[in-house]
Design a binder for this molecule. Structure first.
Ligand SMILES: [Mn+2]
Length: 324
């Protein structure tokens, strides 16, 4: 049985425990990295031992965070997670922790309640926003580095303060941490949103050229095969954020990105512009996420996968696929 706890209780929990392993999800994004390391740095500042654990390597663009971290050697007494909605997202290396998470900090409405204690707010822009409010509630001291982590997660999950999840609270926190800790916003913004590897930029032209639109231009699908990655010498890191590419087309309501993971296995990412709940669509395929950004895994032949996705998107749009 899990228990919902408020931020004061969550802060008290952090204060009253030690030797933390902080779990973040596989394929970590800016919010996973930001919230995980923010917790770690703040706990260490309190004199506690803490490590951040992830099944995958942390992308090199977050070096301005991870360069300030070295893993400690100790056996954990306290397992907590952040930005993880489902233990499936722990990935291979961390799956053994699935039943032992004491506290989950998260902002996904689809959180499965796997942890003993839950500090969850589906209206928060990011896990980082919740982590910051937990620090505030418990008067836990932070520094410039921790503030930079918090800013990173908020900027990532709000698409640089553009998405609908950009609430007044989100701007208030950004204002507070920029004022109090002089977070280098320009530098972080460029690292997170502007700089791409040459391989990525060239791969983008291929993806865009082979993009297809359906349902009267309301749905666009891009596909990235393992061969594409090979041909452009692109790494997994190079394809981060490609899901936003189809959303740039005028009239597209749902953008779908299909990434080949291995033969006949694909990772699907969906984005929605204004009206469609893509979390609902991804749930049909055992996935989940947010209304405007969700994902799932699918198996099978690429054409079948494409058709299945398209019918699900059409159904959510109320369009009869066979007449469209
Ligand atoms: Mn997040």
């Amino acid at each position: 049985m899990s228990e919902n706890i408020d931020y004061k209780k969550a802060a008290a929990y952090l204060k009253n425990h030690d030797n933390f392993h902080i779990l973040i999800h596989q394929n970590p994004d800016g919010d996973a990295v930001g919230s995980g390391y923010a917790l770690c740095f703040a706990l260490r500042k309190m004199g506690k031992r803490a490590n951040v654990m992830c099944s995958d390597d942390i992308p090199s663009k977050y070096a301005y965070i991870t360069d300030n971290y070295t893993a400690d050697k100790f056996s954990p007494d306290t397992i907590i997670s952040t930005d993880i909605a489902d233990t499936k997202l722990l990935g291979k290396k961390l799956s053994a922790f699935a039943d032992y998470v004491e506290l989950a900090i998260d902002h996904h409405a689809t959180n499965t309640g796997f942890a003993k204690r839950l500090a969850i707010d589906p209206h928060a822009s990011s896990a980082c926003e919740i982590v910051y409010d937990i620090f505030k509630a418990g008067e836990i001291e932070i520094d410039e580095l921790t503030a930079t982590c918090i800013y990173t997660g908020m900027a990532t999950d709000t698409g640089s303060f553009k998405f609908d999840c950009t609430t007044p609270r989100c701007h208030e926190i950004a204002a507070e941490i920029i004022r109090d800790f002089h977070v280098p916003t320009g530098r972080i913004g460029r690292i997170l949103f502007d700089i791409k590897s040459e391989e990525r930029l060239r791969l983008e032209t291929k993806i865009i050229n082979s993009m297809q639109t359906y349902l009267d231009g309301k749905c666009a699908i891009i596909y990235i095969s393992l061969d594409d990655l090979d041909a452009f010498s692109a790494s997994n890191e190079d394809v981060e954020g490609v899901a936003n590419i189809p959303m740039q087309i005028k009239g597209v309501e749902v953008g779908v990105t299909i990434k080949e993971k291995k033969e006949n296995q694909y990772k699907i990412s969906m984005r929605s512009a204004e009206t469609i709940d893509v979390a609902e669509i991804c749930k049909k395929f055992d996935g989940g996420g947010h209304i405007r950004a969700a994902g799932c895994m699918m198996d099978g032949d690429i054409d079948q996968v494409r058709m299945k996705i398209l019918s699900a998107v059409a159904a959510e749009m109320g369009i009869d696929l066979w007449l469209a």
